[in-house]
Design a binder for this molecule. Structure first.
Ligand SMILES: Cc1cc2nc3c(=O)[nH]c(=O)nc-3n(C[C@H](O)[C@H](O)[C@H](O)COP(=O)(O)O)c2cc1C
Length: 330
């Protein structure tokens, strides 16, 4: 069965990618993902703050690894909290490129344009085939408008694009008033791919200890629906290739994502829960489903459930909303 796809200008044998996570933190883990059939691997993120601290340490000649940078925000985790420091990150890219033949996508995580985006060049020089730029940000300053925030995102993408010639994908959150507009502007700024969506890790509250409780819950397939919705809206409207992250656990999840227009589907929770070998099961289930349902290739169904041909998607969305509310029958 032909499951091949094009993502970020790369031809992949199938759309299943290991998403940004601890799944590929060392070379043995990278090899295990390739053996399990991953079409590509996204490394966990290197954060703007990590790079800025490293650069600051270079300039003022302090030991970044000794926790001596009093200037840093008191909220900022100690360097030891990160599985990979900036130099280790580059070394892991180099080692992975020597060890496996599948594409390695490095991940940079930051929110504002600045010197840290230069790190993209080092990642490319270390051998990364592509970059995923995660623009995770919770905007809390009432003086900063949505337009300003979006402009900063666009400038960040432009800076990274200017630093490298490898493709870059932008990982977004779903919470924008004008997501379709932002997607088009990122497209124009040169994003080669859009990755929908970041999950928001919302701390709970321990009401006795009066502390925030951080527990990272893994996803299930119900989280896919938000991604399908936006994939259906954006597919056909941007040049960038599209990937889903969030709620991809089964072959049916991959099929739904492809039908709404996805070129790639990233998996994290399912692999953390079931082990890397789950990837092979999903790919084989995918082939079996296509054969049973008489599809000749995955490409044939791509975007057949998107809203591109719907004359007035906004009215269609509103109609769906009303119908959904009226559908409840107790
Ligand atoms: C333990 C863990 C670590 C993660 N680390 C990163 C990261 O460093 N950068 C990033 O962009 N996403 C990170 N993610 C988010 C995943 O890449 C993915 O977008 C999210 O888990 C949703 O996909 P899933 O439903 O397949 O888990 C992480 C997720 C988990 C569970």
């Amino acid at each position: 069965m032909d499951l091949s796809t094009r993502y970020l200008g790369m031809t992949l044998p199938h759309p299943l990618i290991a998403g940004a996570s601890p799944l590929a933190d060392d070379i043995d883990a990278v090899r295990r993902l390739e053996d399990a059939g991953a079409a590509a691997i996204v490394f966990r993120s290197l954060f703007e703050e990590q790079i800025a601290m490293e650069q600051m340490a270079d300039v003022i000649n302090i030991d970044y690894h000794a926790e001596s940078s009093a200037e840093a925000s008191s909220y900022f985790p100690s360097p030891h909290a990160f599985a990979l420091g900036p130099f280790q990150y580059l070394e892991l890219i180099r080692q992975a490129k020597a060890a496996v033949s599948i594409p390695i996508i490095a991940s940079l995580n930051g929110t504002t344009p600045g010197g840290w985006t230069e790190y993209a060049r080092l990642m490319a020089m270390a051998g990364a085939d592509a970059l995923e730029l995660n623009l995770y940000r919770i905007a809390t300053d009432p003086d900063i408008s949505s337009a300003q925030i979006e402009q900063q995102m666009i400038e960040t993408v432009q800076q990274v694009k200017a630093a490298v010639s490898i493709p870059i994908a932008v990982k977004l959150s779903p919470f924008f008033a004008g997501l379709a507009h932002l997607a088009r502007e990122l497209d124009r700024a040169g994003a080669d791919g859009l990755v929908l969506f970041n999950r928001f890790y919302q701390p709970d509250i321990d009401v006795e200890d009066l502390t925030a409780v951080r527990t990272l819950h893994l996803s299930d397939s119900s989280e896919l629906l938000l991604r399908l919705h936006w994939m259906a809206i954006l597919s056909g409207r941007v040049q960038a290739s599209l990937a889903v992250t969030g709620g991809v656990h089964t072959a049916l999840d991959v099929i739904k994502a492809t039908m709404t227009g996805a070129h790639a589907t990233q998996m994290v929770s399912a692999l953390l829960r079931n082990g890397p070998a789950h990837m092979r099961t999903v790919v084989s289930d995918l082939s079996a489903w296509l054969e049973k349902n008489e599809w000749h290739s995955l490409a044939e169904m791509r975007g057949n459930m998107n809203l591109f041909k719907v004359p007035d998607p906004e009215a269609y969305e509103r109609a769906n909303y009303m119908l959904m509310l009226q559908s409840w029958r107790g």
